[in-house]
Design a protein around this ligand. Structure first.
Ligand SMILES: [Zn+2]
Length: 167
């Protein structure tokens, strides 16, 4: 829940727009595996240029970490850390269900999470059908990613997601 709250803080950084949700995301990973996870990347909607999504942005930022930054995050690591391997131990926390279809032609976040072989996806709230019907959680489950719906922040996650849609 702590990490979902941090994801919500990310979502609040979004520039609101009436045509898309404001979503925040945090990726955590332990290293070596089994240790306490730490935050390796954060992201929010439209943070990176273009109509980009929070989950995709956090993944991009994770892959941009230098060995120096990784060594700072994981002082106990015995040697260099391969980010692609690290991501296979990772958990992703997102304020809203990862998208399963994108009308813009960019690849959906659910696909990006599956491709990165992330272990678990914690979700704050399901995506309402404001724009498209979302089947992200189902898609993740089908691909073997464990989906965990977190209880308690649904209302807040939805309110922030719809920031740009309020009159
Ligand atoms: Zn998305």
């Amino acid at each position: 829940m702590e990490f979902l709250r941090l994801a919500l803080d990310e979502a609040k950084k979004c520039t609101p727009t009436p045509t898309a949700f404001c979503v925040g995301c945090v990726i955590t990973a332990p290293y070596p595996p089994g240790l306490k996870p730490v935050i390796i990347a954060r992201g929010y909607s439209r943070e990176l240029p273009g109509n980009t999504h929070a989950e995709a942005n956090a993944l991009t930022k994770a892959r941009q970490l230098s060995q120096e930054q990784l060594a700072e995050l994981f002082p106990d690591a015995p040697g260099p850390i391969d980010i692609d391997t690290l991501l296979t131990y990772a958990d992703i926390y997102t304020t809203m269900e990862p998208c399963s279809v994108r009308t813009s032609g960019l690849s959906p976040c659910a696909d990006a999470i599956i491709a990165a072989q992330i272990k678990r996806c914690f979700i704050g709230v399901g995506e309402p059908d404001d724009f498209v019907k979302c089947e992200g959680a189902q898609k993740l489950t089908n691909a073997g990613v464990e989906v965990i719906w977190l209880n308690g922040l649904e209302k807040e996650c939805l309110e922030v997601a719809r920031m740009g849609r309020e009159e």
